[in-house]
Design a protein around this ligand. Structure first.
Ligand SMILES: [Zn+2]
Length: 403
């Protein structure tokens, strides 16, 4: 574990992250695993369909990035899903392969047939779902699940008990369910699932400690992003001792998506100081692959991935964008395979013009001409309500030079 906020030429995050008054209050586990569910929860994004080949390619890339586990799909969905999971299992990746399963023996059999290492055994426990959608009690859930957990474990699978919509479960239901499961079918780990993305980081921390107290099990955290806190709640869970975070690349997933893989990797490595083997430089390759195969483009201001993350229009500080980027950004653009960029528009200053002329090899001009170019650049940016292309800038420079 690193206890520093600064890595030369790579990143410079807040030193307060590492102050003892902050760190002493945390219960960080020694190691945190990433369980990536892009191929299952990510594919649940409306309109997203991955082919068998897509899934093999994505799994291979996830493995390259250093993801510990890949949830490769739900074999019960289709023969294609079974085929994809089987093929991925055969690749012999470092990542362990998990499948998604209902509390049914046949889903466990399918996981075994596909060669999986583990299963995510999903059952509802959120009260709105139990009472309205299923008409079940906690006992129905417990009795359906216990034999399936035992069956999975007897057959050598890692059984992750996944009582979803956990964050909307009634206290008594979750307490009773955990008690019954521990008495009758202790799994290998248990998930706290914020299916609707509606719990605060504080509530999640409380739940991690509470469920761990009740079960003694390793806690996994799976959240969605409905309040924009998918990653924040997962990292909060880690600070309360959760040992496995669930993710989707590019934050894919239903509605507002799941906790984003790339943000979790950056957060664990940079903000919390975990010594990981993540290949952060490969993040763009995965992101572009996912954007192309999902048909969901990456937003310009998307954390870690966005095209605009290292672009500077304002004239102030532009020299640092290229020469000393940690003055302007918390991470060096190259850490995640990007480059800094200076663009010209309404917010440019004289320094921007001089910088851009140098970059494009347009020589030097006197102060008066620079001022003229700047006026033109600003006027153009305002008129088009955008930044200028290099071509537009070159034309302005030529006309001022000629004039
Ligand atoms: Zn989910």
């Amino acid at each position: 574990m690193r206890e520093t906020h600064l890595e030369n030429d790579k990143w410079w995050v807040s030193p307060y992250n590492f102050e003892s008054t902050v760190r002493d209050g945390l219960n960080l586990p020694e190691k945190v695993e990433i369980h990536d569910a892009t191929l299952r929860d990510g594919e649940q994004t409306p309109g997203v369909v991955f082919s068998v080949d897509d899934k093999i390619e994505i799994a291979t890339k996830l493995n390259e990035l250093g993801v510990d586990r890949i949830e490769a799909g739900m074999p019960a969905v289709s023969l294609d899903d079974q085929k994809a999971i089987t093929e991925i299992s055969k690749l012999g990746l470092n990542s362990k392969i998990f499948t998604f399963a209902r509390a049914m023996k046949k889903d466990i059999d399918l996981a075994l047939e596909c060669g999986a290492d583990g299963v995510v055994i999903e059952v509802p426990i959120g009260y709105p779902k139990l009472v309205t959608q299923f008409g079940w009690t906690w006992r129905d859930v417990a009795e359906k699940t216990a034999p399936i957990i035992n069956y999975a474990r007897e057959n050598g699978l890692h059984a992750l008990f996944f009582p979803y919509d956990t964050t909307r479960a009634r206290k008594e239901d979750l307490t009773n369910l955990c008690g019954y499961i521990m008495d009758n079918a202790p799994p290998d780990s248990i998930g706290i699932v914020d299916t609707m993305g509606c719990a605060t980081p504080e509530a999640i921390k409380h739940m991690v400690r509470w469920v761990n107290d009740m079960t003694g099990l390793p806690i996994e955290i799976h959240t969605h992003n409905d309040f924009g806190m998918g990653v924040a709640t997962e990292l909060a869970a880690v600070t309360a001792g959760a040992v496995c975070v669930h993710s989707c690349a590019n934050g894919l997933g239903e509605r507002t998506g799941n906790a984003a893989l790339e943000e979790l990797m950056m957060g664990l490595h940079l903000l919390y100081g975990y010594d990981t083997n993540y290949r952060l430089d490969k993040i763009p390759e995965l992101a572009e692959m996912i954007a192309a195969k999902s048909n969901i483009p990456i937003a310009r201001n998307k954390p870690v991935l966005g095209h605009g993350n290292f672009i500077r229009e304002s004239g102030i500080g532009i020299n640092y964008v290229m020469n000393d980027p940690l003055v302007m950004f918390a991470t060096h653009p190259s850490l995640t395979g990007k480059i800094g960029e200076v663009v010209l528009g309404k917010k440019s200053g004289k320094a921007s013009i001089i910088y851009k002329m140098g970059e494009l090899g347009l020589g030097e001009l006197d102060d008066e001409k620079i001022a003229k170019i700047l006026d033109e650049v600003k006027a153009t940016g305002i008129a088009k309500r955008d930044v200028l292309s290099n071509e537009e800038f070159v034309n302005i420079v030529s006309s001022v030079q000629a004039g």
